[in-house]
Ligand binder design. Sequence first.
Ligand code: NG6
Ligand code: CA
Length: 538
Amino acid sequence: MPSTPQSTSKIFSLPHCFALVQTCIFVLLCFGGISVADQPTEQSQSAPPNVIVIMADDLGYGDLSCYGATSLQTPNIDKLANEGIRFTNGYCSASTCTPTRYSMLTGNYAFRTKGTGIAPPNSPSIIKPGTETVASILKRAGYQTAVVGKWHLGLGGESGPDWNGDLKPGPLEIGFDSCFLLPTTNDRVPQVYVEDHKVLNLDPADPLWVGMKKPAEDHHTGITHREALKMDWSHGHNMTIHNGISRIGFYTGGHKARFRDEDLADKWVEKSNAFIQQNVDKPFFLFFSSHDIHVPRMPHERFQGSTTMGYRGDSIMQMDWCVGELMKTLDRLQLAEKTLVIFCSDNGPVMDDGYKDGALEQLGSHRAGGVLTGGKYSVYEGGTRTPLITRWKGKVKPGVSDKIVCTIDIAASLAALTDQSLAEDACTDSLNVLDAFLGEATAKGRDHLVQQDNGNNGAFGLRVGNWKLHKYGKNKARNVVVEQKLANTKKPDYQLFNLEKDLAEQNDVLADNPKIADELKKRLEQIIAAGRTRPVSP
Ligand code: NG6
Ligand code: CA
């Protein structure tokens, strides 16, 4: 159990071929590379750390001041970066939410499994009970595990969620001890919290109904009562109205259970702080799944107007505040040196994602994807190369890393950190890049990464070193963000870019490099056919 002191050699006797190298690196880092003052405390040396994964929603590579933004300041996340490792080649595996979250938790590429695209309001549980996840790995290692915030991975069995009964299977059936959730994503119905297996504060006399068919002729929608909305929609998002905002999908009932959009971030912080406090003496894993800065962007009143960029910018400020609050809690409980924090995003940025919130109009000179092209829904770098920061005070030497790491690697890396072995068929695409996550000088990171847009039938990106292949479905137009606007742009079947010379993926060099393009095409087909990329342990 991690709560009982373990020897350093036990923690690092990893069942992987480079265990010895890693041990040497660890010893070097602890006793050679950093000053005495920076050396880890006895406690942090003797036990694996608590883990907090903070996942932002739709946050782009250029959206934080520590990643070059100048139109707003994100002091709390910048502090995290200054105290830890800021990755310049940190990725999520997909450019939409559900597949990235699926991959982060399971360590499997989402394109391998049907039904892993953006989940509708009544989606059944996408990760089946019995699947190995980051939560089940850490639970096995003796951690208390919780997810707080956006889920968007479905709830319930094949017939979908039983909103008035037990909402299972769900997080508790795949390794989490507790959950406090926004069940889908907040532009989809319903606006209720789910605590463990139940909708919170649900009055049985006012049952909750959720569906995709208008429940009654006189049911108010974003179309019939558009003039009454406090934030207008631009495309889709015109069904049931709650809190002056119309959504995707319809619902009735459950009125006592409904929340205000403005209060979500405060609730996530409150619940997370309580969980951390409860586990001050026990190892814990917290998945803090922020809804910021996804649409509908409706930050708390105290953040509204805090930037010149409208609610998109203001939601970034709210998210930065959340990070600061969690870090304050760690400091107050003297847990900062006993906790590995991983900050990441679930996909790249988007401006107009269905509501007229002024994101594009008030953007000014801000570039949410930084120098990168593309964003949400795209296999250009901007779709998946996103902010990624790790911090473990006193253990990780602060710096900037250009190693390629991905949120899909969290599973195998944390398994290594906690000395848990993985079954051969578990976490099939999660690579142990723990040394890179911990900023070790000799870390190599990934040599390749598959990127996808959505579902299992879309476009692919394959990065190998500095080469990047795009593969598009035959004759299909794909969404890419062009000059910060969503546009359907016709693409050839394949494109090839040299990221070293052309980070912005502007010059397709496929015709000049047919051999490299062929090798990458073959490699992609081979990765898809092989069903796995994590090496099989000897
Ligand atoms: C799209 C929605 C978009 C957003 C996205 C999921 C429309 C027109 N667009 O289908 O608004 O909800 O799904 O976003 O409905 S994600 O970050 O959760 O993947
Ligand atoms: Ca998202």
